[in-house]
Design a binder for this molecule. Structure first.
Ligand SMILES: [Zn+2]
Ligand SMILES: [Zn+2]
Length: 190
């Protein structure tokens, strides 16, 4: 049975060669040694931090905006479960007209953290007395970002011929023909 005094040297408060102010740099790292002492213990955990480069094609989490984690962490004999939500504001481009679209993504999670060698291959890593919510936040938010957002359900899009935004004005272009005939049109011109 492991004691909770922690290994010596686990925290190095004045190591100038270390990666700087760790607490500020890793807002999603949670200390869970206390939680693990008694299986079945639950604790609410609210964290927030900016995660860079979080986006899919055409949609990204707004630059500089934090991802907010609102989770319940519970210990079980093999590790820690994390249940709750990650949310973040996003901005993107309408897939029809290219105009700006924004919204808020809320991703529900129910995942486990377990130590290396636990045999739980779906679990996120639990390193001694701490776990990092950032990889989980990243995975969860990426899955929930909209893939093809619309500025409005009835967005009219752009004229394929002159590029006029049909939400703002009309254009004089002739209606596009049936695309199946355009191949024949080009043959006729030869
Ligand atoms: Zn649009
Ligand atoms: Zn047009």
């Amino acid at each position: 049975m492991r004691t909770e005094s922690g290994p010596p040297g686990a925290t190095a408060p004045t190591d100038s060669t270390a990666e700087g102010p760790r607490r500020a740099a890793r807002p999603f790292v949670v200390q869970v040694a206390g939680l693990r002492k008694v299986a079945g213990t639950t604790r609410g955990e609210v964290r927030q931090g900016v995660i860079d480069g979080l986006g899919v094609v055409g949609v990204v989490v707004s630059e500089g905006s934090p991802v907010v984690a609102d989770l319940e962490l519970s210990s079980y004999p093999g590790g820690i479960s994390a249940v709750g939500t990650f949310s973040a504001p996003w901005v993107g481009e309408c897939r029809r007209c290219g105009g700006p679209v924004s919204g808020t993504v809320t991703a529900a999670v129910r995942e486990r953290y377990a130590p290396d060698g636990s045999g739980d291959e779906d679990a996120y890593p639990l390193n001694g007395g701490e776990l990092d919510l950032e990889p989980l936040a990243r995975d969860a938010v990426l899955l929930e970002l909209p893939l093809a957002p619309l500025c409005s359900e009835d967005c009219l899009g752009l004229c394929p011929q002159c590029g006029t935004n049909w939400n703002e004005s009309t254009c004089g272009c002739a209606p596009a023909g049936d695309p199946r005939w355009s191949a024949l049109d080009s043959l006729r011109d030869l």
